[in-house]
Design a protein around this ligand. Structure first.
Ligand code: AMP
Ligand code: MG
Length: 373
């Protein structure tokens, strides 16, 4: 009995030192791995911690500001986020056509009369709006106010307006009847109305972002009712946003982006149905009727004002003309989701496993180490 035991024990004793060594090395590697995970988790939690968020109802929707304040005071960041929202509130007072006391309402009330001297804010908003009207051949048109009102009333009443009503309103629209000169503007005919619902939020988002940058903030997201301006990153990782699916609760895609603006126009926000047709709040000024064919358009651009105007314009243009137009615009990428469920992307975008990648865009997020883009 002893012999075989000894025989079996002796060789085992002989291997003991190397086995122990391997175990020690394995334990060391395991400890390193656990430590690394713990460090990474700590960093993640710290990143989360170093973000402040403020939100407020503005311009008929919800605005929010998130700031990553790494290395600066939380209270300072909180104050900056609040002040950016205050700035948007002041802009709303000035430009909203829904506020009786706004400059836009004064201009609308004076339609058919003498020119009105404008503030620099409204002058800039009108100038950019006219530029987009020209570039989109009238698909984007802030003089469509009478039509927007008509279709808003139709939605509230759940009935289609008659053709004569639509035509009468069309006669009151057109950028050729909006005159801007020497810091003043004039609407040619009584009853004309400007409406900035398709561009005002992007304009506000840019102003809020400029305000934050002037305060030295480099990492933030301004969300003006779905019109985003993204800057920098959320600590160690890029901002991650979701592109909404117009028909499903789950997002169409996620996207890591930085230093760009993103806006979405969709037929799901305000719409009504008549005779089995969905009528959205986005109007084709060239027909006077709601645009058809697309369910949603998301635009990536360099500024909030351009992203906002373009998302509306591309929605009006429809899938093929919109896609072709977007391809001609420098620094612009877009996702088109058609009513029939088809999805199309401009050539600078890729969709991989539910993630939108912006490899060619000027607003592409830097790739994370080890992750091909
Ligand atoms: P958005 O959600 O940015 O696409 O803007 C839609 C809002 O802009 C509508 O509720 C209208 O007030 C206004 N609007 C609708 N159609 C147009 C258009 N073709 N051009 C400019 N503004 C529009
Ligand atoms: Mg818009």
């Amino acid at each position: 009995m002893s012999e075989p035991e000894d025989a079996s024990v002796a060789p085992a004793r002989g291997r003991k030192p190397p086995l122990l060594g391997i175990a020690v090395v394995l334990l060391f590697v395991l400890a390193l791995f656990v430590l690394e995970r713990w460090r990474a988790a700590g960093e993640g939690a710290q990143g989360e911690d170093e973000v402040v968020r403020a939100a407020r109802p503005l311009m008929g929707t919800f605005f929010s500001v998130e700031i990553f304040f790494g290395g600066r005071e939380r209270t300072q960041a909180q104050r900056a986020a609040g002040a950016a929202l205050d700035l948007a509130a002041r802009l709303e007072e000035r430009i909203s056509e829904w506020r009786e006391d706004s400059e836009t309402s004064a201009l609308n009330r004076g339609a058919g009369g003498a020119p009105l001297a404008l503030s620099a804010d409204l002058l800039e908003l009108i100038t950019v709006s006219l530029d987009w009207a020209r570039r989109t051949d009238g698909a984007f048109d802030v003089t469509g106010g009478p039509l927007f009102e008509l279709w808003e009333a139709a939605r509230e009443q759940g009935r289609l307006p008659d053709a004569a009503e639509v035509q009468a309103r069309r006669d009151l629209t057109g950028c050729d009847k909006l005159h801007v000169a020497d810091g003043s503007a004039r609407l040619e005919r009584p009853g004309m109305k400007l409406g900035f619902g398709a561009i005002g939020k992007g304009f506000a988002a840019d102003r809020m972002a400029a305000f934050l940058r002037a305060g030295g903030w480099r990492d933030f997201i301004v969300d003006a009712g779905g019109n985003l301006v993204l800057a920098g990153a959320r600590g160690a990782r890029p901002w991650n946003i979701a592109v909404r699916h117009p028909r499903e609760a789950a997002p169409f895609a996620t996207c890591r982006a930085t230093d760009c603006a993103v806006a979405t126009s969709g037929d799901y926000e305000r719409f009504f149905e008549a005779n089995g047709v969905r009528y959205s709040h986005i109007i084709d000024p060239r027909t006077g009727w709601p645009a058809r064919g697309l369910a949603g358009v998301t635009v990536f651009a360099r500024s909030g004002i351009d992203a906002d105007a373009l998302s509306t314009a591309l929605f009006v243009m429809g899938l093929e003309p919109g896609l072709a137009f977007a391809e001609t615009q420098e620094g612009v990428e877009a996702v088109f989701l058609a009513e029939d469920g088809a999805a199309r992307l401009t050539s600078g975008l890729r969709l991989e496993n539910g993630e939108l990648l912006l490899p060619l865009s000027p607003c592409a997020a830097p790739a994370e180490a080890g992750q091909p883009r």
